[in-house]
Ligand binder design. Structure first.
Ligand code: DGL
Length: 282
């Protein structure tokens, strides 16, 4: 192998936009020495209303881009992309480990006392085979109520997470779910943890919000540990974000979502699609 030793290589993360930053935040907290490269495909956000074939093609292009940057692991920090592309990615790039997202139906189903759990995600996530298989495997004897909330993706992309408009959107989306008697609410889209304060306020104390991001970061750590690929450095790793949208706008939203201190240490660069190939710009 050429280039730096495996342990010193970066972890790649991807999402349609800023949602996967909720995963990046956890990875950074749990594995601070790791170098992180994040790709936000904001030229194509939202993924949730697109066909599985389209999302798969974008995700494959991004995986190639991250592999070309020398990453040692790819975290598909997007439920929609995981549902559409995780299996084909693993088949296509067998030497690259992938950590993906699946709606956290399992912990919600084992914790429910009312016997009714809610899942919010994108339309495409609910249509994929992965969701049906997760419900089939883990929700025996539990009622699963679902609702697509595309407006939450738009709000997080705009960094609008506490505004009256955000609170109203949360109220509208959750009302039919809350009426079914859920006591667990699974955040099945990585954009949604950024709205968790508004979601918890609306759902009330009787509903537990299930956010899988800490578990996903733990899984990333396990995969690297098993391969002896954790970075042993005792200094903080670098964070580089690429967007296929506008770097300035990304920087502003990054500050809103992860705070000024984090935004100051992250580099933000542009990437652009040329057909189905993704490359660094400028
Ligand atoms: N953050 C993504 C997810 O976890 C995608 C949202 C979207 O682009 O529609 O599903």
């Amino acid at each position: 192998m050429t280039g730096p030793a495996l342990s010193g290589r970066p972890i790649g993360l991807l999402d349609s936009g800023v949602g996967g930053l909720s995963i990046l935040r956890e990875v950074r907290a749990q594995l601070p020495a790791e170098h992180l490269i994040y790709l936000a495909d904001q030229a194509h956000v939202p993924y949730g209303s697109r066909s599985i074939e389209q999302v798969r093609a974008f995700t494959e292009g991004i995986a190639r881009f991250l592999i070309a940057q020398g990453v040692k692991l790819i975290v598909v920090a997007c439920n929609t992309a995981s549902a559409a592309a995780l299996r084909p990615l693993r088949a296509q790039f067998p030497a690259m480990p992938f950590v993906g997202m699946e709606p956290a139906v399992k912990p919600a189903a084992s914790a429910t006392r009312s016997g009714v759990i809610g899942v919010i995600a994108t339309e495409a996530t609910f249509q994929g085979e992965l969701f049906a298989s997760v419900v089939g495997r883990f929700a025996q004897g539990v009622r699963v109520e679902t609702r697509a909330c595309p407006e939450f993706v738009r709000l997080a992309e705009a960094g609008e997470i506490t505004s009256p408009r955000a609170r109203l959107a949360v109220r509208r989306c959750l009302a039919p779910l809350l009426a079914t008697g859920i006591d667990q609410l699974v955040l099945g889209c990585t954009h949604f943890p950024f709205l968790s304060e508004a979601i918890q306020a609306e759902a009330g104390p009787g509903v537990t919000i299930v956010d899988p991001s800490p578990a996903v970061a733990r899984q990333a750590g396990r995969v690297l540990r098993d391969r002896a690929a954790l970075n042993p450095a005792d200094t903080p790793g670098s964070v580089t974000c690429y967007t296929t949208g506008q770097p300035d706008a990304f920087r502003t939203v990054l500050r809103t979502l992860l705070g000024a201190e984090f935004a100051a240490l992250a580099g933000v660069r542009a990437a652009a699609w040329d057909g189905d190939r993704l490359g660094e710009q400028g």
